[in-house]
Design a protein around this ligand. Structure first.
Ligand SMILES: Nc1ncnc2c1ncn2[C@@H]1O[C@H](COP(=O)(O)OP(=O)(O)OP(=O)(O)O)[C@@H](O)[C@H]1O
Length: 321
């Protein structure tokens, strides 16, 4: 995908996005509501026209070969789109017919997928009688009906309970291991972290950073030391010149010291320095960088589950060495 831009009237929903998803990868767009994730998926799946930029999917040009693109992909939408008055089997059957799959192949595939998403006991149940998690599993099965090379999933586990989410992650991994490339969007940190080979953090229509989960976390350092003191600014000044300190960030009540070494061994030195500088230490916490920390670092704010954006509480004073 090269230099994609997308406008809804005056609103720039996607701002010059370029990225490559490798064959066989699980690639995630992680970002808050309104970041532009669905718009990118809708353009890539030909549901929205390509206004500016270019893309190739499974070797086909999005602009000039949209039919070929459509034949090569499967889509799992954010909103449930199942016909309430059709059974599980009928939904899959119908989808296969829509794509002109021969009858024998269709039936074999329906059985295979019903078993993949563990809906054997529900094959003749109307979708309106399925639970939310079962519906989502059926949507995934439908997305796979035509054996797509690339499966697009827009927020695949939105609104599901933790157990069902983990089950869906297992299916996604299975599908990927069977050779399907997966592009998904999510606003769940753990989903991006657990599932993806690579992640792009997307905010205000732009890609902020891309990498493997561990690469993104390592960029923040090996460990993070959180300190609340009597004078956080003075504490930062005292610590910033330590060799193993990669950067310092101010938080609302304290500071986060990003360090390049095992924090367990640095912590005593940090405490000594602060105490000899006359700084009162109120609270200390040592942890490994998480995907949340990565998100806050690169976007300047936290990602709330309900999509509400908290005001920027972080002032960056990071020095890269
Ligand atoms: N049909 C539309 N008409 C006008 N503006 C739109 C439309 N769809 C999306 N937008 C705007 O484009 C921007 C990106 O929206 P988009 O739905 O792509 O974000 P998202 O990251 O997928 O969020 P969500 O997960 O909530 O869908 C937002 O500012 C949104 O309000």
């Amino acid at each position: 995908m090269n230099n994609l831009e997308y406008f809804f009237g005056d609103i720039k929903a996607v701002d010059n996005i370029s990225f490559t998803v490798k064959q066989g990868e699980i690639f995630s767009f992680l970002g808050p509501n309104g970041a532009g994730k669905s718009t990118v998926i809708n353009v890539l799946t030909t549901l929205l026209p390509i206004q500016k930029g270019s893309a190739k999917i499974a070797g086909y040009d999005l602009k000039h070969e949209p039919e070929k693109v459509r034949e090569s992909i499967g889509i799992v939408f954010q909103e449930l789109t199942l016909d309430r008055d059709m059974t599980v089997r009928e939904i899959l059957e119908y989808h296969g017919r829509l794509y002109s799959m021969p009858k024998a192949e269709r039936q074999e595939r329906v059985d295979e997928l019903i078993s993949l998403v563990e809906l054997e006991g529900k094959r003749d149940t109307l979708t309106k009688h399925l639970s939310g998690g079962m519906k989502r599993r059926l949507e995934i099965a439908r997305g796979l009906m035509t054996r797509p090379k690339v499966l697009f999933m827009d927020e695949p586990t939105i609104g599901l309970d933790p157990q069902t989410r983990i089950r869906i992650w297992d299916y996604v991994k299975d599908i990927n291991q069977q050779g399907t490339t997966i592009f998904l969007t999510t606003h769940y940190m753990d989903e991006a972290d657990q599932l993806s080979d690579r992640i792009s953090i997307i905010d205000h229509g732009k890609i902020v950073i891309t990498g493997r989960s561990w690469e993104l976390k390592n960029m923040l350092g090996q460990d993070l030391i959180y300190l609340e003191t009597g004078d956080n600014w003075a504490a930062g000044e005292l610590l910033k010149d330590l060799d193993s300190v990669k950067g310092i960030k101010e938080k609302s009540k304290g500071i986060v010291v990003m360090v390049n070494v095992d924090g367990t061994y640095l912590l005593p030195e940090v405490m000594d320095r602060l105490r000899s500088g006359g700084i009162k230490i109120k609270a200390v916490n040592l942890k490994k960088p998480s995907m949340d920390d990565v998100f806050v670092h690169y976007t300047g704010r936290e990602l709330r589950d309900n999509g509400a954006e908290k005001g920027a509480v972080v002032v960056s004073r990071v020095r890269r060495r």
